[in-house]
Design a protein around this ligand. Structure first.
Ligand code: XMP
Length: 510
C-alpha cells in the first residue's frame, strides 16, 4: 500500500493534512518529528513526505528541527508554512523574522507555471498564518508563487523533488488547496491512489485481531455513533472477547437506554452489560454548577463504573473508547490549547485499572467515522444519528443537575427532535437539541400568572464540528416546537432559539 508521511512539527492543522491526503485515496501516517529517524523513514518506504506547520520560528533555540539528510532521500517533500521555512533553513535559504510582514487570513496568491499548480488559476485566494517568511529561496530552488507581502510564497527544487508553500493548502479557505495537494501526490510523488475506507477497516480489524488475541476487551459504549462504530469494529476483530458496558448515567435522552439495548444485544449479538448508575452520578453531581467540574466528575465516575464492572468480569486488558480527532485537539492533547475537556480524553484519571486504552478512531473526523460505520454494515439510522456528548444532558442543564430538571429537559428535547423529524429536517441539520437554562421568567396561562424555566433550542450545521453555523430552521417548525413544549412540558414558560455560530460559541452550552 502506498503511504505518505505527515511529519508533525506541532501545527494545528496536522490531522487535516492527513485527512486531505486520505480524501485523495492515499494512506497518510502522522509521526511527531522527534519520534522517527531518517533511517526509519527510508525503511518504511514512504512515497511522499509532508512537513506540517508549527507555532515556532526556525530561529527559536527550542523550535523543532530535523535531520538534514531527509532532503537527500529522494522522496518528494512538501513543506507547509513552518515546514516550508524549515526546509528553506535546512537548505541554507533566507528566513526572516519581521513583525511588519506577517500575513494572517485570506491573501491573494499569484502562481507561476509548475506541475504543483496545474489547474490552479494564476491568481487565487490562499490562507496564510505566519510571521516569519522566506526572503530568498535556497540555492537550487526556484520561486514559483508570491503574494504582495511574501516574495517566496512557494518554492521548488525539481531535481531534488523538494517543494514548499508558505500558505495552508489543507484548509478550505485556500481556493485551490485541494488541487495543489492532489498535484503533489499524483504529479510529483506519482502515486496511484490505492487507499479506500475499506482498507482502514480491514487493517484496523487485522491489527486488533493480532494485538488483542485471547485478551478480554472492554468497551465503553454510549450508544452514540463513535463508540458504536468503535465497538462493532472491535467486535469484528475479537468477537466474544469483547464485552460492552453501557452505563446509564441518568443523563441520557428520552428512550435512549432502551434503544441502545435493543440495537446491541438483539441486533448485533454483542455481550452487553447495562449498568444503572443514575443515583451514583446524580449524587456526585449534586450541587455542582461549574461546567468543567461536571465534565471531570462524569468522566471519572465513568471510569470508576467501568473499573467496577471489569472487576466482576475478571482480568480485562484493554479498554476501548470511541475518541475521535476533534475530541483530541479540543482537549488539548496536542499543542492546541484546551477549549473543553471531553470526558473521554481530558477527563481520564491518572490511576486506571486497565493495561491499555484502545482508540481505533482517534485519527478520524466525524464524517470519516460514519464512512467506517457504513463499511461495517451498521444501519444508516445509527450511523447518521446525531452526535450526543459523553457527559450527556448534564452539559445541557445550566446550573445544578436534578432528576426533575433532567426529566423536564428530556421531554422538551424529545418534542424538538420529533418536530424536526416530522418536518423532514433531520438530515439538513447536523445536531439539534434542547438546553435547559436556569433563567426563570414570567408567563401567562389561561388567566393565571406563571413563573417557570426557559428552554433554548439549538440546531447547527457543520462538516466537522470544529466550526458550525446555526441552522436556518423554518419559523413554523420552531413555532410548533415552542408551542408544544410550553403546553406539554410542565414548568416551561419560555422557549428561545440560539442563533450563535461556533466560533465564538461552542455547539454545547457547557
Ligand atoms: P462543542 O460544544 O465542543 O461540541 O462545540 C462539538 C461536538 O462535540 C460534542 N461534545 C462532546 N462529545 N464528549 C463527547 O463525546 C464530550 O465531552 C463532548 N462535549 C461536546 C458536541 O455534542 C458536538 O457534537
Amino acid at each position: 500500500m502506498e503511504k505518505v508521511l505527515v511529519l508533525d512539527f506541532g501545527g494545528q492543522y496536522n490531522q487535516l493534512i492527513a485527512r486531505r491526503v486520505r480524501e485523495h485515496s492515499i494512506y497518510a501516517e502522522i509521526k511527531a518529528y522527534n519520534k522517527i529517524t531518517v533511517d526509519e523513514i527510508k525503511e518504511e518506504g514512504y512515497k511522499g513526505i509532508i512537513f506540517t506547520g508549527g507555532p515556532n520560528s526556525v530561529y527559536d533555540p527550542s523550535s523543532p528541527h530535523f535531520d538534514e539528510r531527509i532532503l537527500d532521500l529522494g522522496i518528494p517533500i512538501l513543506g507547509i508554512c513552518y515546514g516550508c521555512q524549515l526546509m528553506a533553513y535546512m537548505a541554507k535559504g533566507k528566513v526572516v523574522s519581521a513583525e511588519n510582514v506577517s500575513e494572517y487570513g485570506k491573501i491573494t496568491l499569484t502562481v507561476g507555471d509548475h506541475p504543483l499548480f496545474e489547474g490552479v488559476d494564476r491568481t487565487s485566494v490562499c490562507w496564510m498564518s505566519h510571521r516569519d517568511y522566506i526572503s530568498e529561496a535556497p540555492e537550487g530552488f526556484e520561486t514559483i508563487a508570491h503574494t504582495d507581502m511574501c516574495p517566496v510564497a512557494a518554492m521548488a527544487d525539481d531535481s531534488r523533488r523538494l517543494y514548499g508553500v508558505q500558505f495552508h493548502p489543507e484548509v478550505t479557505h485556500t481556493q485551490f488547496g485541494s488541487r495543489m495537494l492532489c498535484n503533489f501526490l499524483y504529479r510529483i510523488c506519482m502515486l496511484q491512489g490505492d487507499w479506500k475506507m475499506e482498507s482502514f477497516v480491514e487493517s484496523k480489524v487485522a491489527e486488533y485481531r493480532e494485538k488483542l488475541k485471547g485478551k478480554k476487551v472492554l468497551c465503553a459504549l454510549s450508544g452514540g455513533v463513535d463508540s458504536s462504530v468503535a465497538a462493532i469494529l472491535l467486535h469484528k476483530a475479537v468477537g466474544d472477547n469483547l464485552v460492552c458496558v453501557f452505563v446509564d448515567h441518568g443523563l441520557l435522552r428520552k428512550g435512549e437506554a432502551e434503544s441502545v439495548e435493543r440495537t446491541f444485544r438483539d441486533q448485533f449479538n454483542i455481550n452487553l452489560i447495562k449498568v444503572d448508575a443514575e443515583e451514583r452520578f446524580l449524587s456526585k453531581l449534586s450541587g455542582v454548577t461549574e461546567p468543567e467540574r461536571k465534565r471531570k466528575i462524569i468522566g471519572e465516575e465513568f471510569i470508576r463504573v467501568f473499573e467496577d464492572e471489569a472487576k466482576k468480569i475478571g482480568k480485562v486488558s484493554y479498554l476501548v473508547q470511541g475518541t475521535i480527532y476533534p475530541d483530541v485537539i479540543e482537549s488539548g492533547a496536542g499543542d492546541a490549547s484546551t477549549i473543553k475537556s471531553h470526558h473521554n480524553v481530558g477527563g481520564l484519571p491518572s490511576v486506571i485499572d486497565f493495561d491499555e486504552i484502545v482508540e481505533p478512531l482517534r485519527d478520524l473526523f466525524k464524517d470519516e467515522v460514519r464512512q467506517v460505520g457504513l463499511k461495517l454494515d451498521i444501519p444508516e439510522e445509527l450511523v447518521f444519528r446525531q452526535p450526543f456528548p459523553g457527559p450527556g444532558l448534564a452539559i445541557r442543564i445550566i446550573g445544578e443537575i436534578t432528576k426533575e430538571k433532567l426529566d423536564t429537559l428530556r421531554d422538551a428535547d424529545a418534542i424538538f427532535r420529533e418536530e424536526i423529524k416530522n418536518a423532514g429536517f433531520e438530515h439538513s441539520t447536523n445536531q439539534y437539541f434542547a438546553v435547559l437554562t436556569d433563567t426563570l421568567s414570567v408567563g401567562v396561562m389561561g388567566d393565571e400568572r406563571t413563573y417557570g424555566r426557559t428552554v433554548v433550542l439549538r440546531a447547527v450545521t457543520t462538516d466537522d464540528f470544529m466550526t458550525a453555523e446555526w441552522s436556518r430552521i423554518p419559523y413554523d417548525v420552531l413555532e410548533r416546537a415552542s408551542s408544544r413544549i410550553t403546553n406539554e412540558v410542565k414548568g416551561i414558560t419560555r422557549v428561545t432559539y440560539d442563533i450563535t455560530s461556533k466560533p465564538p460559541a461552542t455547539v454545547e452550552w457547557e
